[in-house]
Design a protein around this ligand. Structure first.
Ligand code: PLP
Length: 579
């Protein structure tokens, strides 16, 4: 996979979002999800919405537009006072904004009238952190004028602390915000919907306070993503602190001196660097640097030490770990590192689901290659049991039509008995086993192969025949290699009699199966229903001592060399029957 990349674990983010929503909800405080540190990533925005958060806030109108255009179903709040030059876009893309300046609010009103919309505003008051906010003594006159503006709706009051000045949102500050709110409400006869007390830094106040007063809202970013409060960066109990990881790749790894040699001047950023002499060490260079991420905010998940970084490189002391070119190294990120990595155009964002799917597929393919190498080494002690047609069995079975004329659906004797027992078990569940294919002659296998080659040729007219054959060989064995010629292989699906349809296994539409890597039996990226159905199918066959194919959830082997390899048997009992 490409590096550098950020791996995002949506399940962990969702867990954190829900846990915080429940926690703050227990005292009547609603959570706004802040997306600025993830650069308005629409997938993450969706995760927040699905976790029950219905207002999303971002400080960039570009991010809000991105989420809106991606179809994220939420209300959007611009998290800083709009610049005059962006006021029109703010009215267009944001439902509401934080405001501190009457000139701006008037401009919002003008554009809101122009495009016949209402824009909601939350007035921010300064309580000592000295970033944004109206001086409390100016609040009344501002409110008075805001209430006179057309198409502007005052919906709340808020404050922001612990950002620039590091001022703590404690009981005193929150009581102050409550009382300011009550004054305004009394004076103007209002009942404000939102009283927004702050951000992730409000956690300590919230958990220790007896009374949250009028505060009914918090705007949370960091604690959702990184699982920490932000006054001391303590982990919040029950939350994940590792929902994000930065993955980098080793591009050089050599034993070198731990101190530079030659006359030393300034480094790339105008500093004179100092290094500790540790003798010769293994130095690995990672293909990631300050253009990608705030390196000082990274913590390696492996025991290596960052020695320094430039625009495009991080140098680590591998501390004896054998890191080679191409190896990946993972890091935890703090807020600054996450912000920079999510904003950098050089860093790819991937969900960890996709990563685990890719890792799973790679493992399967590796296992498959090993399996294929082992097959010819298996000794066959042919037990000469005969082929019997399932069609004559009287078992409750359904048969997928075959391209081979007068196909008899024949299997070895003990496979026959096994299918009989599976069929009985399914009878009790209102389901029927569908036999897709069992014993196949070389001629039959050749037919299948050629049919698939023909259809792929049509699909990819530009591909060379070698390429087509390679694609086909991915799922169909060449005639002499197929385990279907042993009479020990069974391809099967299940029919649901109650719903009158073939059950869904993730890659099938009725009997038609799309051949792709989601056919690997335990692919993590299929629906829960498909997983459950595969479990049923595979379970039935495994109980009868079959093995499921490494790549195909519908293919089962018993007695042949594929079975012997997977089960670690000394020998197979069914060889090829070319009748
Ligand atoms: C960034 C920001 C937040 C969210 O802060 P976190 O520490 O990430 O929870 C809330 N309010 C405002 C005004 C912000 O700028």
């Amino acid at each position: 996979m490409l590096t550098p990349r950020i791996e995002m674990n949506f399940k962990k983010i969702a867990h954190n979002a829900k846990a915080l929503k429940d926690l703050y909800g227990s005292k009547g405080i609603d959570v706004i999800g802040v997306t600025k540190v993830v650069c308005g990533n629409p997938y993450i925005a969706d995760v927040l919405v699905k976790s029950g958060i219905n207002i999303l806030a971002d400080s960039r109108i570009e991010n809000i537009r991105k989420m809106r255009n991606a179809g994220v179903q939420a209300q959007f709040l611009l998290l800083r006072t709009p610049s005059l030059s962006q006021a029109e876009a703010v009215v267009k893309y944001a439902d509401m904004s934080l405001n501190t300046d009457l000139t701006v609010i008037k401009r919002l009103s003008k554009y809101a009238i122009d495009c016949d919309r209402f824009h909601k505003i939350v007035l921010m008051v300064e309580l000592g952190d000295l970033r944004e906010g109206l001086i409390p003594s100016d609040l009344n006159s501002t409110v008075k004028q805001v209430l006179e503006l057309e198409n502007i709706e005052l919906i709340g009051i808020g404050t922001n602390l612990a950002c620039l000045g590091g001022v703590k949102p404690d009981d005193e500050k929150m009581e102050c915000l409550s009382s300011i709110t009550k004054d305004v409400e009394d004076k103007f006869g209002l009942n404000l919907e939102i009283v927004s007390g702050g951000n992730s830094a409000n956690y300590d106040w919230f958990t220790s306070t007896q009374d949250v007063g009028r505060i009914n809202n918090l705007r949370l970013g960091e604690s959702i993503y990184l699982g920490r409060e932000t006054l001391n960066r303590k982990p919040i109990p029950g939350l994940y602190t590792d929902a994000f990881a930065l993955v980098s790749e080793v591009i050089e790894s050599k034993i070198k001196s731990s101190v530079p040699y030659g006359a030393v001047g300034q480094d790339a950023f105008g500093n004179v660097p100092e290094f500790q002499d540790r003798g010769d060490i293994r130095r690995a260079i990672l293909g990631v640097g300050l253009q990608d991420v705030l390196v000082s905010g990274l913590t390696p998940r492996t025991d290596v030490e960052i020695l320094g970084a430039s625009s495009d490189h991080i140098i680590v002391d591998t501390k004896g770990i054998d890191l080679n070119v191409g190896d990946e190294l993972k890091f935890d990120l703090n807020y600054g590192a996450l912000l920079s990595a999510m904003t950098s155009p050089y860093v790819n964002e991937v969900s960890s689901d996709r990563v685990s799917a890719q890792e799973y597929c790679e493992t399967v393919e590796q296992k498959y290659r090993r399996h294929v190498q082992h097959l010819p080494t298996k000794f066959i002690k042919e037990n000469n049991s005969p082929l019997i047609s399932l069609k004559t069995s009287g078992f409750n079975l359904m048969y997928e039509p075959s391209i081979k004329k007068e196909y008899k659906y024949m299997v070895r004797e003990s496979v026959f008995d096994k299918i009989g027992r599976i069929s009985k078990r399914l009878d009790g569940e209102d389901k029927t086993l569908i036999i897709r294919s069992v014993w196949r002659s070389f001629e039959h296998q050749r037919l299948l192969w050629e049919k698939r080659v023909e259809s792929l040729k049509k699909e990819y007219p530009k591909k060379e025949i070698e390429e087509i054959e390679e694609l086909v060989s991915y799922f169909i064995a060449p005639p002499s290699k197929s385990t279907h010629s042993t009479g020990g292989a069974v391809d099967a699906l299940i029919y649901d009699l109650k719903n009158d349809c073939v059950m869904r296994f993730g890659t099938n539409d009725g009997l038609k199966i799309n051949l792709n890597d989601k056919c690997y039996p335990y692919h993590p990226y299929i629906t829960p229903e498909a997983k459950k159905n595969r479990k049923l199918l595979i379970g039935l066959f495994e109980e009868e001592d079959f093995v499921v194919d490494i790549k195909e959830y519908w293919h089962f082997d018993y007695g042949n060399i594929a079975w012997a390899v997977e089960k670690g048997k000394d020998h197979a009992i069914y060889g090829i029957i070319e009748a």
